[in-house]
Design a protein around this ligand. Sequence first.
Ligand SMILES: N[C@@H](CCC(=O)N[C@@H](CS)C(=O)NCC(=O)O)C(=O)O
Length: 201
Amino acid sequence: MKLLKNPTSPFARIAHAALIEAGIEELEIQNVDPWADEAELLSANSAGRVPCLVLDDGTAITECLLIAAFAERQGKGALSASDAKSLAVAGIGIGVCDAAVQILIGRRIVSGSFADTAFDSNPIAERRRRAVADGLKRLDAKVLDAPGERLDLGTIAAVTALDYVALRFPGADWVPATPRLATLREEAADRPALAATRPPS
Ligand SMILES: N[C@@H](CCC(=O)N[C@@H](CS)C(=O)NCC(=O)O)C(=O)O
C-alpha cells in the first residue's frame, strides 16, 4: 500500500505514525504537493488533500483518523493503545493542528502566500491563534508524564501538534510554554513512529 503525504502536514504525520505504530509492513511513502493539483492525488482523493492511503487494490482511504482506524485493524496500532483519556488528548491535538493549518490557509487565501501574514490581523486568525494556544495549554495539563510502551493516538497527536506549531510559528509570543509536553516529546523522540515522521526543521 502507498501513503500519499507531505513532509510538513501534521495530518499526514499522524496517519503515517499510526501506520508505523501498527507495524504495517511494505508501506510505500510518496511525497506529493497537495497545492499542485497532482493527478495521482486528485484521482485518489477528490478533496485533493494529504494524507491519502491507497491500498493495493486501489481503494483509497482519506482523513488521518480513518487511516489510523484502518491501521488499527491491520495490526496492533495506536488506537488499540488508546483509552478514553488518550482519545481526548488526541482530539485536542488534532484541534491544535487544524487551527494552525487554518491560519496558514487564511494567509494563502488573502495574499496567495503562506509567508505573507496580512491575514493574521483578521479576527478569525485571532480565534485560531487562541485555539492553538488554549489547546497547547490543555495538552500540557493532560498529557502523560511518559510515553507508554506502545504509542497511543494521544501521544502521537500531541507531539505532532507541538512540532507543527514550532515549525510554522517559530518564536511566536502567543505560543505558550508547554514544559510537560516538551518533556513527553523528548522522551518519545526515538520511537520510530515519531522519529521517522518528524517534519523538516
Ligand atoms: N481532515 C483532514 C485534513 C487534511 C488536510 O487538510 N491536509 C492539508 C495538508 S496539512 C492539505 O492537503 N491541504 C491542501 C488543500 O487544502 O488544498 C485529515 O484529517 O486528514
